[in-house]
Design a protein around this ligand. Structure first.
Ligand SMILES: [Zn+2]
Length: 82
Protein backbone atom coordinates (compact mmCIF):
# COMPACT_ATOMS: atom_id res chain seq x y z
CA UNK A 1 0.00 0.00 0.00
CA UNK A 2 1.33 3.47 -0.75
CA UNK A 3 0.70 6.81 -2.17
CA UNK A 4 0.84 7.44 -5.90
CA UNK A 5 1.14 10.86 -7.44
CA UNK A 6 -0.57 11.63 -10.75
CA UNK A 7 1.88 13.10 -13.23
CA UNK A 8 0.00 16.38 -13.61
CA UNK A 9 0.48 17.26 -9.97
CA UNK A 10 4.13 18.22 -10.40
CA UNK A 11 6.90 18.06 -7.90
CA UNK A 12 5.73 17.73 -4.31
CA UNK A 13 7.01 20.13 -1.70
CA UNK A 14 9.07 18.99 1.25
CA UNK A 15 6.09 19.42 3.51
CA UNK A 16 3.96 17.22 1.25
CA UNK A 17 6.65 14.54 1.26
CA UNK A 18 6.79 14.73 5.04
CA UNK A 19 3.02 14.29 5.29
CA UNK A 20 3.03 11.34 2.90
CA UNK A 21 5.73 9.63 4.89
CA UNK A 22 3.72 10.06 8.07
CA UNK A 23 0.54 8.79 6.42
CA UNK A 24 2.24 5.74 4.90
CA UNK A 25 3.75 4.96 8.30
CA UNK A 26 0.37 5.28 9.99
CA UNK A 27 -1.22 3.00 7.39
CA UNK A 28 1.39 0.34 8.08
CA UNK A 29 0.89 0.58 11.81
CA UNK A 30 -2.85 0.14 11.46
CA UNK A 31 -2.43 -3.38 10.18
CA UNK A 32 -0.40 -5.30 12.72
CA UNK A 33 -0.62 -9.03 13.20
CA UNK A 34 -1.99 -9.84 16.64
CA UNK A 35 -1.69 -13.29 18.18
CA UNK A 36 -3.24 -14.51 21.40
CA UNK A 37 -0.78 -16.83 23.10
CA UNK A 38 -1.60 -18.84 26.23
CA UNK A 39 0.96 -18.50 29.01
CA UNK A 40 2.10 -21.23 31.36
CA UNK A 41 -0.44 -20.17 34.00
CA UNK A 42 -3.34 -20.23 31.56
CA UNK A 43 -3.55 -16.50 31.01
CA UNK A 44 -3.57 -15.16 27.49
CA UNK A 45 -1.15 -12.61 26.16
CA UNK A 46 -1.46 -10.49 23.07
CA UNK A 47 1.63 -10.69 20.90
CA UNK A 48 1.83 -8.05 18.18
CA UNK A 49 3.87 -7.91 15.00
CA UNK A 50 3.95 -4.33 13.72
CA UNK A 51 6.55 -2.78 11.43
CA UNK A 52 8.49 -6.06 11.49
CA UNK A 53 8.95 -5.79 15.25
CA UNK A 54 7.47 -8.20 17.78
CA UNK A 55 6.10 -7.14 21.14
CA UNK A 56 4.19 -8.81 23.95
CA UNK A 57 2.17 -7.41 26.81
CA UNK A 58 3.59 -9.74 29.48
CA UNK A 59 5.96 -8.72 32.29
CA UNK A 60 8.79 -10.88 30.92
CA UNK A 61 8.81 -8.94 27.68
CA UNK A 62 8.75 -5.64 29.51
CA UNK A 63 11.95 -6.55 31.36
CA UNK A 64 13.86 -8.72 28.90
CA UNK A 65 12.45 -7.63 25.50
CA UNK A 66 11.80 -11.27 24.67
CA UNK A 67 9.54 -14.03 25.96
CA UNK A 68 8.18 -17.48 25.12
CA UNK A 69 4.90 -15.99 23.85
CA UNK A 70 6.70 -14.21 21.04
CA UNK A 71 8.51 -17.43 20.12
CA UNK A 72 5.17 -19.26 19.94
CA UNK A 73 3.59 -16.49 17.88
CA UNK A 74 6.59 -16.45 15.51
CA UNK A 75 6.20 -20.19 14.93
CA UNK A 76 2.49 -19.70 14.25
CA UNK A 77 3.18 -16.73 11.98
CA UNK A 78 5.82 -18.62 9.97
CA UNK A 79 3.49 -21.57 9.49
CA UNK A 80 0.61 -19.35 8.40
CA UNK A 81 2.61 -17.12 6.06
CA UNK A 82 5.05 -19.39 4.29
ZN1 LIG B 1 5.12 -12.57 26.58
Amino acid sequence: MGWTTPEWVGKPSKFELFLRERINKALKEEEPFVYSVKGSKGNEYKVTLANEAWSCECVGYTYRKRCTHIQKAQTEHTEAHS
